[in-house]
Design a binder for this molecule. Structure first.
Ligand code: SF4
Length: 295
């Protein structure tokens, strides 16, 4: 839903995918959170090593076994739509579907993601009691001894996913028509980083793309971005007077100088710190960023 061309490329030209560790940190964090969820809510894992058919058969077998309470990565396929459900939990006479995210809140783009899963699972004949979104409780304080209960919390998002269910059939048909056609002609734009950094940026960027486009300036607000892009292609062409944000000015200076900018006054304090050193991006940039980095 982020970009039809992205979906088309994922299906038809997956060799073009470029994985950037930094850009994909949220996804990698998500994998870690998924592992933690499996630890906190133990169940039977459907492995994918044997391929799709084996995963589907194993899921069917587990669903039919009343002694199985929780299934991880339960795999379902309906009309060409494949989903692997993070946590599928048996209730009295139905199932609870839980999608696990490496985030600290329910973000709007998680809803269609969970809705698609619910649609496929229900189309495969399972009755869903509820759809939940599990995420990291950022108020959790680790007390030691490997005790992580309370780290993850879940919200019931059934009413929100229900709003999507009626549209999914239609959207699926549109996507399949698109996938059966030629590569969509879509130019790069805001969709390339929203909600996820697209893995096809290198492929899509035009040949005459400047080495340092204006968009390298961090967290540019839309009106300013539009105004700058209308007048300048490369960030190095922007006059200093056109920038006021200290972070923008620092990136502008470093880009023009062609070397990193080190604030020497901070070096002494940093050198006192023992290894390994961790930092919160938000402390450095003054902006909200959930990633913690190890140096
Ligand atoms: S880089 Fe942008 S235009 Fe190209 S596929 Fe990705 S989201 Fe679409």
């Amino acid at each position: 839903m982020q970009c039809p061309k992205r979906l088309w490329l994922q299906v038809h030209k997956p060799d073009l995918i470029e994985v950037d560790y930094e850009e994909n940190l949220p996804m990698l964090n998500g994998n870690e959170v998924g592992e933690m969820a499996r630890r906190l809510f133990p169940g039977t894992l459907v492995k994918y090593e044997g391929g799709l058919s084996a995963a589907l058969a194993k899921t069917e077998q587990l669903v039919a076994d009343p002694d199985i309470r929780i299934i991880h990565e339960a795999t379902f396929c309906h009309q060409g739509m494949l989903v692997r459900v993070d946590i599928l939990e048996r209730s009295a006479d139905a199932w609870i579907l839980t999608e696990v995210k490496g985030a600290t809140s329910v973000k709007p783009h998680y809803i269609p993601d969970a809705a698609v899963q619910a649609w496929v699972v229900q189309s495969c004949g399972l009755r869903l009691e509820s759809v939940r979104l599990m995420y990291v409780n950022n108020q959790f304080v680790y007390q030691g001894n490997g005790e992580y209960h309370g780290l993850l919390v879940a919200d019931d998002i059934s009413s929100q996913t229900d709003n999507w269910l009626d549209d999914i059939d239609q959207k699926k048909a549109a996507f399949i028509t698109m996938l059966n056609g030629d590569e969509p002609a879509i130019e790069m734009g805001d969709q390339c980083n929203d909600p996820y950094a697209c893995e096809f940026c290198c492929y899509c960027q035009p040949d005459n793309m400047p080495e340092y486009p204006v968009t390298v300036l961090p967290r540019l607000l839309e009106p300013q971005k539009g105004a700058l892009m209308a007048d300048y292609a490369d960030v190095r062409d922007i006059p200093e007077t056109a920038l006021s944000n200290p972070n923008h000015l620092r990136v502008w200076r470093a880009t023009r100088a062609g070397r990193e900018e080190i604030i020497c006054s901070e070096m002494g304090a940093l050198k006192q710190l023992p290894w390994p050193r961790y930092y919160l991006d938000s402390l450095l940039s003054g902006q909200r960023n959930d990633s913690m980095k190890k140096v």
